[in-house]
Design a protein around this ligand. Sequence first.
Ligand SMILES: C[S@@+](CC[C@H](N)C(=O)[O-])C[C@H]1O[C@@H](n2cnc3c(N)ncnc32)[C@H](O)[C@@H]1O
Length: 388
Amino acid sequence: MTNSEILRFYISCPPGLEPMLAAEYKTIGLSRVKLKKDEDNQVIHTIGEDTGGMEFEGPLEHVYLANLHLRTASRVTVRLGEFKAITFAELRKKSSKMEWSRYLIPGQKVSIQVTCHKSRLYHSDAVAERILGSIDDYFSASSKKTELSTEGQIVLVRLVNDNCTISLDSSGDLLHKRGYRQAVAKAPLRENLSAGIIMASGWDKVAPLIDPFCGSGTIPIEAAMMAQHIAPGINRSFKFTNWPAYNKLTWIQILDEAKKQIIKESPPIFGYDRDAGAIEMSKANAARAGQKDQIQFFCQAVSLLESSSSTGWIITNPPYGIRVSENKDLRDLYARFGAILKQNFSSWHVSVLCNDDQLIANLGLQKPEKTIRLINGGISVKQGNYFL
Ligand SMILES: C[S@@+](CC[C@H](N)C(=O)[O-])C[C@H]1O[C@@H](n2cnc3c(N)ncnc32)[C@H](O)[C@@H]1O
């Protein structure tokens, strides 16, 4: 594969964060797949606008950029090929014509993940078996057989309306795993969801930011990394570096460029939690992220929260759960939090993530200026942005 060859790739993100992903991809110069143009050569429709991600086209270098820089992304998968298949023989034969050697070597370990929908080939294990066979057919000159392993290169096979799409995972561990969060308190937010809610809050990366219920410190740490332009993937590895098509020189140049973009200054960022163990975890996570001196963590209950500045942003996910509105302690906690906000934080922006409208009502704030629907750990949640 040449450096300039155009690939198709798909970037997934937590449902609800698509607008934030869209804002991010533009800043690193990626291009969405364009399906149709009108007479004036204007794009009138782009595909891949489904919930939870979007489709792109560009050189392999763009796959490196996406993995390294996108704070809201979950995974980047590269399209190997697409074809119609209504029999197993057809599936195996057409799959064996794909250019597997870009991404695999003979005898490689692979994990084949199949989904079938409205297709004549609907037995996912049988589909996986034919795809495995097709890889060996492709590498027939070698005596080494491709092995199935959950640790192996992930091959994603999707059969929809008899149309088979084969893609390769380029990320390895999901992209929210930046590497810094090894200690987690109760109900941690994923790093990419935290980054997304900070972006959606409209934080200007200059004013102070407070998370009064910081748990493992994810929101303050993501905010500090954003303010200093630290690429979220700067300290982790990616699956694409194992590919035969991988160009080490290009990757090192991209990494060097990302390191040059880092700025040393950070606005005041604070994390509070009433649980001493959570604060210890936050400090350890921040140290691993290189943010020990950029964030101040304190063990303190929300009822003691004070403001040290005339304006700023409070971005947080207070405790909640399923049917917690039935829990009087939580209702009281939200009422106390709301009272503190009104008393000590006028002219501040407040962004709260919660799954329960009753708890939000207990804050006693005006209607939010903006509400975003998201999924956190399988639970539907809302982020409400307020200006006090
Ligand atoms: C949903 S968790 C926050 C998770 C966090 N965003 C993370 O990523 O780890 C809520 C946190 O609020 C803390 N908490 C509960 N009641 C509190 C209170 N009255 N004052 C301060 N913190 C409190 C809990 O200890 C818990 O760590």
